[in-house]
Every structure is written in structure tokens, then in C-alpha cells.
Design a protein around this ligand. Structure first.
Ligand SMILES: [Zn+2]
Length: 323
């Protein structure tokens, strides 16, 4: 009798347990899922082209301020809520004014995923427009924002996505505590001040991602799990041969995040040149739109979306386990 009643109670319990297991979040809508095929590389290319056409975007000049307002307008047009965070920061013995542009796609899960790009251009070269550095990643980030925002519409169980367009990445003289990485350092300072640091599941930085001859050189100073995830996503996309490990570290906007203990990745092609292995177009007047291809933007965009999808699945599983 004892074993029979146990069987009976098990039978009664099983359907309830299964019901609890079948994603309780899905009662209000479909679970968030992003399809990499939704990224339109031609649209990404047009975003880059239009943005670069604004002209030089040197930090602490009207060019960068104009670019910031343009990015906010683009976010608004895409239906993404955004704002400009204007702040002062020392540049050597002076003070500069900078404008981070932040887009927010609010999720119902507590964690955040940040996708980042700087949007300023190098100072000191007359007529430098920075098609690859930083037009490529900025235009692609707008297209990624469009795709993520559409995937989020009516969906449930996804983190908040932050689209962070950083000002003042380029150093005026030499990188240091008072030169370069102004936007990312400021953003991380604010995260810490507001007690939001631990919300960030991942920060994925894109930089110089439009080169026709795409050779992604992933730096060594990144989060090891996100590095593995990048290679995995590249393999799934069938473009693993375009991704390799750089010989060393790269100082870029992901570094302030790493220093704050936030898992951060940098997807960068630091072989931007006239022949394989060379980087001789970088920071020169050769950095123009004719060196950029929609195909390269598409590859990086789709790999990024695959990474985001994997991270979201992990967060959805955490939510089901009540974490
Ligand atoms: Zn640069």
C-alpha cells in the first residue's frame, strides 16, 4: 500500500513538475531569440557610409558633438531609447568635453549585455575620416541595435542590451590616465558609482571591423570565456578561419571594463593594410570607405549576434533555476 500511494502521488506530481519546467516565462510571449540572418550587411554598410560622411569626429570638437547627436537621432529612428551622457574629463593639463551616446533595449532579466564601439576619430591628421576606425564598428552597432530591438519586441526573458557609443577613445598624445579611453573609463566609473557593475554579464567591443580583407586578431587581454565563445560563434557561422589570436594585448575600450572585473571581449582586425599582415592603413588618410566591405560587416555582425544568443540562453537557464 505504501509503495502504491507513493506511485500515485508521483503520478499526480509529474504533470505539475513538467508544467513548471516548460519555461514559465513563455506565458507572456515567446522566449527571446535572435536570428543572425536578420542582420542586413548592406544596411550596416549604409550606416557606416552615412556616418563617415559626417566628416572628422575628433573628441572635444564640434565634429564629435555633431556625430553624437546624429547617433542619438539614428537610435530614435530605429525605435531604441537613447541619451547622450556629456561629461568633462582631463586631457593632460586641460579639460575636455566628451559625449557618450547610450542606447538601451530594456529586458525583463536583471543582467545586462553591453555592445560597444568608439565613434571619435584620431586627431592630428587633416581630413582623416576613420572609415574603419571608428566608422565601421559604429555603423555596425546601429544595425545590431535594429536587429536586437526587433528580436526583443513582444519577446520575454532577455537581458537589457546596452549599445554604448564611446567618445574619446583616441589618445591625443599617448594613452594614460589623462589621455585616451575617456568614454569607456567614464562609463565604467558611472557603473561602479551606481552599483551596477555586477549586472554586466558581458561587454563586447567592436573596433576596426570593416576591412575588405577581414583578419580578426583577437587580443590576449580579454575574458577567456568570451574569447572561447567568440571562436565557437565564428565556427558556427562558418568563418572560423577569419579569427585568430593576436600575439599580444591591445589597449582599447574593453580594458576599463576588464580592470573593473567585468567580463569583456574585443573583436578587432588589427591588420588593416596594403598587404596581408600589414597595418599600414591604420591611422592614415588611407582609412577610407573603399577599404570597407558589407561582407566583412556582415561576418562580424552575425558572429556577434550568435555570441549574444548563447549568452542570452545562459541567462534564460539561470532565470529558470531561479538565479
Ligand atoms: Zn584609432
Amino acid at each position: 500500500m505504501k509503495s502504491r500511494s507513493l506511485r500515485l502521488s508521483l503520478l499526480l506530481l509529474l504533470p505539475i513538475w513538467f508544467a513548471a519546467c516548460s519555461a514559465p516565462e513563455s506565458t507572456n510571449g515567446p522566449l527571446f531569440r535572435v536570428d543572425p540572418a536578420q542582420l542586413d550587411e548592406e544596411v550596416a554598410f549604409r550606416e557606416v557610409d552615412d556616418f563617415v560622411a559626417l566628416g572628422p569626429r575628433v573628441a572635444n570638437t564640434p565634429g564629435a558633438e555633431r556625430a553624437a547627436h546624429y547617433l542619438l537621432e539614428r537610435l530614435t529612428a530605429l525605435g531604441v531609447e537613447g541619451h547622450i551622457d556629456t561629461f568633462d574629463d582631463p586631457i593632460h593639463n586641460e579639460t575636455g568635453t566628451f559625449h557618450n551616446v547610450i542606447g538601451v533595449i530594456p529586458g525583463d532579466l536583471p543582467r545586462w549585455i553591453i555592445l560597444g564601439s568608439h565613434f571619435d576619430t584620431l586627431d592630428g591628421i587633416e581630413g582623416f575620416v576613420g572609415a574603419n576606425d571608428s566608422g565601421s564598428s559604429t555603423g555596425l552597432l546601429l544595425e545590431l541595435g535594429r536587429v536586437l530591438n526587433e528580436a526583443a519586441r513582444d519577446a520575454v526573458s532577455f537581458p537589457t542590451f546596452i549599445l554604448a557609443f564611446f567618445d574619446g577613445e583616441e589618445a591625443k598624445v599617448r594613452y594614460g590616465p589623462r589621455d585616451g579611453l575617456h568614454g569607456s573609463r567614464h562609463y565604467v566609473r558611472r557603473l561602479i558609482e551606481e552599483g551596477k557593475r555586477d549586472k554586466i554579464r558581458a561587454m563586447i567591443l567592436l573596433d576596426m571591423v570593416g576591412d575588405r580583407d577581414l583578419t580578426l586578431t583577437l587580443p590576449r587581454n580579454v575574458d577567456p570565456d568570451l574569447l572561447r565563445l567568440t571562436f565557437r560563434a565564428a565556427a558556427e557561422e562558418g568563418v572560423r578561419e577569419k579569427f585568430s589570436l593576436a600575439p599580444g594585448a591591445i589597449l582599447d575600450d574593453h580594458v576599463p571594463f576588464l580592470q573593473a572585473g567585468i567580463p569583456a571581449m574585443n573583436i578587432i582586425d588589427f591588420e588593416f593594410g596594403s598587404a596581408p599582415g600589414l597595418n599600414d592603413y591604420w591611422h592614415t588618410l588611407e582609412d577610407t570607405m573603399d577599404k570597407i566591405s558589407a561582407e566583412s560587416l556582415g561576418i562580424v555582425g552575425r558572429v556577434t549576434l550568435r555570441m549574444v544568443q548563447h549568452l542570452v540562453e545562459e541567462l534564460q537557464a539561470d532565470a529558470r533555476r531561479g538565479r
